[in-house]
Ligand binder design. Structure first.
Ligand SMILES: Cc1ncc(COP(=O)(O)O)c(C=O)c1O
Ligand SMILES: [Zn+2]
Length: 408
């Protein structure tokens, strides 16, 4: 099982013991989990991984949970890495790949982070949880809390996709719809958690979600036979997936599994909420709050990500870049990916396809480079957004209830 040793502040370096509940460091920095990678290197081989479970828990030695019986799993991870041959042919680029995270439980990569976080809550005896969410993290938390028999309190924007609201209710969570963004939801959780006895599962304030998300990086290496690609496209809201993968690459190098070669990390955001792109272009270390954030890619509506420092550092250290695409470009790209590859992507994932076009056109990427696009969620979760692209008009009110074969 785990080789966890301690937690370390990503800003001031102060360390904390494993085995107790943590949120942020008192300096405000997110905590990162550290492992005895030397011990793991001696006692574990990458060749044994395929014999492990067919889920992200095959990387248990570099995950924080101490005993298998604490693991709360719905089969998250081990998502397919698909060779997008027809999209690649249309772009004149033979090495375009899509890691399809829409296959995860609750239809997004958020399942990885929440499986890990809820497993740690189970280990630490925490029973009441609260989360501010842009939508998909809420669905995932509600599902894992239900599976673990824990109480889930969800705060999300009133205009989240229907799927997120309905999933949370179906999983038996207490749902509050907030007139505002994830930042407003986060404030409400912070204000109420002590009085209510809730553990705050906000992304990066809780240190274990990132550990689940980092398995996207481990899997990528495993699926590409331990040769990382030339570029990784990731649609960043909070940026935790990107930070997590960067951490995974560092760990795998320490384990002796990969070389020091890193992919260019490409951060894709929505034109209506692009604080990381703006900071990247200005050469800033931190982002400034993005006012009036708006985009159909609800997961990208994060006006001030807590992990900005780590994210910007990873993008720069990797020789990558950050760019924004409009909602129209993402939905068009979603339709293109769907028609060419049979992958129905969330607008966030589709944004990566739109960004790929731009980086070929401006020469940032060469067409023979191997690129991996993360489709972070299922298009099926975003029917309101896609119905603007594919409108369907009911002939009468009655038709909305069904067609010829449905009883009226
Ligand atoms: C489908 C989807 N993609 C991407 C993101 C952004 O995730 P991260 O916090 O890792 O940047 C979200 C977050 O809600 C999401 O739901
Ligand atoms: Zn600190």
């Amino acid at each position: 099982m785990t080789t966890i040793t301690h937690l370390e502040c990503s800003q001031c370096g102060k360390t904390r013991p494993a085995g107790v509940a943590h949120n942020l460091c008192e300096c405000g920095g997110p905590l990162l989990v550290r492992y005895d990678l030397e011990k793991a290197r001696q006692n574990w081989s990458r060749d044994w991984i395929p014999d492990g479970p067919s889920s992200m828990w095959r990387y248990a030695p570099v995950l924080p949970v101490s005993k298998p019986n604490y693991i709360v799993s719905l089969g998250e991870g081990m998502t397919p890495l698909l060779h997008a041959r027809r999209l690649g042919a249309a772009l004149g680029a033979p090495e375009v790949w899509v890691k399809d995270e829409g296959i995860n439980p609750t239809g997004s990569f958020k399942a990885r982070g929440l499986s890990c976080a809820i497993s740690m809550c189970s280990e630490l005896g925490i029973r009441k949880l609260a989360i501010p969410s842009a939508g998909n993290a809420a669905s995932a938390m509600a599902a894992y809390a239900a599976a673990a028999g824990m109480e889930a309190h969800i705060f999300m924007p009133r205009d989240v996709p229907q799927s997120n609201y309905i999933e949370c209710k179906a999983f038996g969570a207490h749902v509050t719809l907030v007139d505002g963004l994830i930042s407003d939801c986060g404030r409400i959780v912070a204000e109420r958690k002590d009085a209510e006895g809730w553990f705050d599962v906000s992304t990066l304030k809780e240190p274990y979600r990132i550990e689940g998300k980092k398995t996207m990086g481990y899997e990528l290496a495993e699926q590409l036979r331990w040769q990382l690609p030339d570029a990784v496209f990731y649609p960043a809201g909070g940026g935790v997936g990107l930070i997590g993968m960067w951490k995974a690459f560092e760990e795998m190098e320490a384990l002796g599994w990969i070389s020091s070669k890193r992919p260019k990390m490409i951060c894709v955001q929505a034109a209506g909420c692009a604080p990381v792109v703006r900071a990247f272009e200005q050469g800033a270390e931190r982002v400034e709050f993005w006012k009036d954030a708006t985009t159909a890619a609800s997961g990208l509506r994060v006006p001030k990500p807590l992990g900005d420092l780590l994210m910007l550092k990873a993008i720069r250290d990797s020789g990558g870049t950050a760019l924004a695409v409009t909602d129209e470009e993402m939905l068009d790209a979603g339709a293109e990916l769907g028609a060419l590859e049979g992958i129905f992507a969330a607008p966030e994932g589709a944004a990566c396809v739109a960004a790929l076009h731009k980086l070929y056109d401006n020469g940032f990427l060469k067409r023979d480079e191997r690129v991996v696009l993360y489709n972070t969620g299922a298009g099926l979760k975003y029917l309101e957004a896609y119905s603007t692209r594919f409108p369907r008009h009911a002939a009468s009110e009655q038709d909305k209830l069904g067609g010829l074969i449905t009883p009226r």
